[in-house]
Every structure is written in structure tokens, then in C-alpha cells.
Ligand binder design. Structure first.
Ligand code: SAH
Length: 370
């Protein structure tokens, strides 16, 4: 259940930006209005990009006035906008409390992918990720997650964004409820209407939340695997100490066989670190791990950031790793490094975090896990 801020503070306006269709219908019904008002307002906010109640001309004047008094539609302030030589866009967006997050748009020949953040900073402390260095401040609200899509859509116009990935800052499954509401809006025909296969949640491997996601959302799943043994994964992705590989693979097997996921595949993200996880032996272990799961593999050559203790493998080594997986029948792509001239590539997003907890040296998690 969502707790409305109005209950805590009767004067506080309710932010409609993050209310999915069900929640918005509830909002109107509670106020003695017809539920179809939700459909009208969804179209205004997300379809047409209108956030001024006065402009919502198919609502009565009285209702518009009432909404202006009791509700708001909060957008994010653009602190900075950058465009890479390859067309990648990055926006630094400011939240009401002064925290800043990053959102990236990656145009390709046949699709445009928006990479959205789910938290301010991140608590998971993966060894090769720049966001981890920022520490963790707080979860984004559903409104703040959706407002990133709203912002990019408003600037780019219709028809540019075809895919959304929750691969920006943060671990989406540690912000479960807000993420699920935001996903619903992204896939709702009255809001953004993205196809289910084109909305993807990426997780470092929160096992219980993977199963809940499969029950509660139609979104697709990507898993940041990065290692094929517990010993190495414990170092690279420390959440593995809580949910080791066997549990993770079991949860993923269950997930992809759920009714809502029929015919789909799990995307495995595998960052290639020179001399660390890029041997033929690693590739063969990967094949074995994924043998009974419908899979596609996305290899991500390591993106540098200041102070990082890793390097990207040479091109031939990446190609060899890919070839081994392809020969075993796996659809395997190497993610092109996009937007690295503006630090918009995977693992380079840092925003500006007023961190409450700093990562500790020994790769401990910065928060209590569920
Ligand atoms: N916390 C979620 C969402 C972040 S997605 C997750 O872990 O899946 C961002 C992706 O970029 C993840 O696969 C992450 O492991 C990867 N990544 C992080 N730092 C990177 C780097 N320096 N180079 C390449 N990929 C990186």
C-alpha cells in the first residue's frame, strides 16, 4: 500500500507524477470523483507532458481548482544537459531536496534507450562501479523515477525513446514498491506505453525481490552477473555474500518460467575486467551456469573512472570471450561504450549525492538488506 503524504501532513500536496493507474483511480474515488478521471489525467501528464492543472481542459473548472489546491505534479530541475559526440545525452537532474541524479539517453539505429536511476547513490558497493564510490543517500520516489522519463520524453519528443532500462544509479530492487509503480506507468498505454519486453529492471541479484518482481510486474529482467564463482563474485558484487550464485541462479530459473515472462529471456550483464574474469575458463563456467535458462548475454567492456583498480581487456580477448559463448549457442552482444566522453557510460554515473552512508573498504553493504 502507498502511504499518502497527506496523511502525515494534511497540508502537503499529493504528487500525482508517480501514481500509477490504480493509485490515481483511488485518489479520485476517495475524493468522490469518477475513476475515469485517472485516465484523463494520466494522458495529460505523461502522454502530453502537461503538468498545469489549468490546462487540463476536459476536467471541470471546479475539479481543476480543487486539484491545484490539493495536488501537484512535480518535475525535476535540469541542472545540466550534455550531449556526447556519438549522440548520447546525459541529464543531471535535481530533486526537491538538492540531491542530483543522472539519466542517460542512448540513440541507436533502430531504438533509443533511456537509462533511468532508481536511487540517489547506491549501497551495494560493487568493486568496479563509480556510483558505489558515492555512497548511498536515499531511495527515489516513484514520482522521481517517472519524472526522469517525463523529462527525457519532453525534450526528445515522441518516438525517440523505445526502451527503458533501470540501469542508472542505484539498485532498483532495493526500492521495490516505487520501482514497480514507476514500471507500471512506463508500460501503461495511457502514460508511456512502452512494450513489456522493452522495459528492463537490472539487479545485482536480490534473490527474494527477483521472485516478487516476477509476481508483481511485467517488466523484463537483467542480472549483473560479472563472475562465475562465489569467490570472485563475493569480491566484485558483495551482495553475493548474502545471496550466493546457487540461490541467484535458482531464483532466475523460477523467474523466467513464470507465466508473465513466457517466451522471454533473462539478460546477463557481464563486465569484462582484464585478467580478472575474462579467461576461456570463465566463459566455459558461464555457459554451464546458464545452461538451463533462456538467456542473452551482454558483455560490457569495463569503463574507466578515476581510481578504479581495473582495466578493460584488449579487443581480441573480448572477441574471444564472445566467440566461446556464441559457439555454445548464446546470443551474445558486446555493449558499445557510448557517451564516455561525457562520463555517461555504464558505471560512470555519479550525480551529486549527499551521502548518508559511505561505502566501507572491506566491501560491506551500506544498508541492512531485507
Ligand atoms: N544495481 C543494478 C543497476 C545498475 S545497472 C545492477 O547492478 O544491475 C549498471 C550496469 O553497469 C550493471 O551491470 C553494472 O554492474 C555495470 N557497471 C558498473 N560499473 C561499470 C563499469 N565501470 N564498467 C562497465 N560496467 C559497469
Amino acid at each position: 500500500m502507498k502511504s499518502t503524504p497527506a496523511l502525515a501532513n494534511p497540508q502537503a500536496k499529493i504528487n500525482l507524477m508517480g501514481l500509477d493507474r490504480r493509485a490515481l483511480e483511488g485518489f479520485f474515488v476517495e475524493r468522490g470523483e469518477k475513476p475515469f478521471r485517472a485516465r484523463q489525467v494520466l494522458k495529460w501528464i505523461h502522454g502530453r507532458g502537461i503538468v498545469d492543472f489549468e490546462a487540463m481542459t476536459d476536467l471541470s473548472k471546479l475539479l481543476r481548482e480543487r486539484l491545484s489546491r490539493t495536488a501537484e505534479i512535480t518535475v525535476l530541475k535540469e541542472a545540466r544537459s550534455q550531449k556526447s559526440a556519438d549522440g548520447t545525452r546525459k541529464w543531471l537532474l535535481e530533486l526537491a531536496d538538492g540531491n542530483r541524479i543522472e539519466t542517460v539517453f542512448i540513440p541507436e539505429a533502430r531504438r533509443g534507450t533511456l537509462c533511468v536511476s532508481s536511487q540517489v547513490g547506491c549501497a551495494l558497493n560493487c568493486a568496479f562501479c563509480a556510483t558505489a564510490r558515492q555512497g548511498f543517500s536515499r531511495n527515489l520516489t516513484a514520482g522521481e523515477i517517472v519524472a526522469q522519463v517525463w523529462h527525457a520524453h519532453r525534450i526528445l519528443g515522441d518516438g525517440h525513446i523505445s526502451n527503458v532500462v533501470l540501469m542508472g544509479m542505484g539498485e532498483p530492487l532495493l526500492n521495490f514498491d516505487a520501482v514497480v509503480s514507476a514500471l507500471d506507468l512506463m508500460m501503461d498505454d495511457l502514460a508511456y506505453g512502452f512494450a513489456k519486453r522493452r522495459v528492463t529492471v537490472s539487479t545485482a541479484g536480490l534473490v527474494p525481490a527477483i521472485l516478487r518482481l516476477g509476481q508483481q510486474s511485467d517488466a523484463s529482467l537483467a542480472v549483473s552477473l560479472h563472475a562465475t564463482t562465489d569467490a570472485l563474485r563475493n569480491e566484485l558484487v558483495p551482495i553475493n555474500r548474502k545471496y550466493p550464485l546457487a540461490q541467484l541462479m535458482d531464483a532466475c530459473y523460477q523467474f523466467i518460467h513464470m507465466e508473465r515472462q513466457k517466451g522471454r529471456k533473462i539478460t546477463w550483464e557481464y563486465v569484462l575486467l582484464d585478467g580478472v574474469n575474462d579467461s576461456g575458463e570463465d566463459a566455459r563456467r558461464l555457459i554451464k551456469l546458464l545452461s538451463n535458462i533462456p538467456s542473452k548475454i551482454n558483455l560490457i567492456p569495463f569503463n574507466r573512472f578515476e581510481g578504479a583498480p581495473y582495466r578493460c581487456p584488449p579487443t581480441e580477448r573480448i572477441a574471444r570471450f564472445q566467440a566461446i559463448l556464441q559457439e555454445a549457442g548464446f546470443l551474445t552482444t558486446v555493449r558499445k561504450t557510448r557517451g564516455d566522453d561525457i562520463d555517461a557510460a555504464c558505471g560512470q554515473l555519479v550525480g551529486k549525492v549527499q551521502a548518508k552512508s559511505r561505502p566501507r573498504r572491506e566491501y560491506k553493504l551500506a544498508v541492512e538488506l531485507p
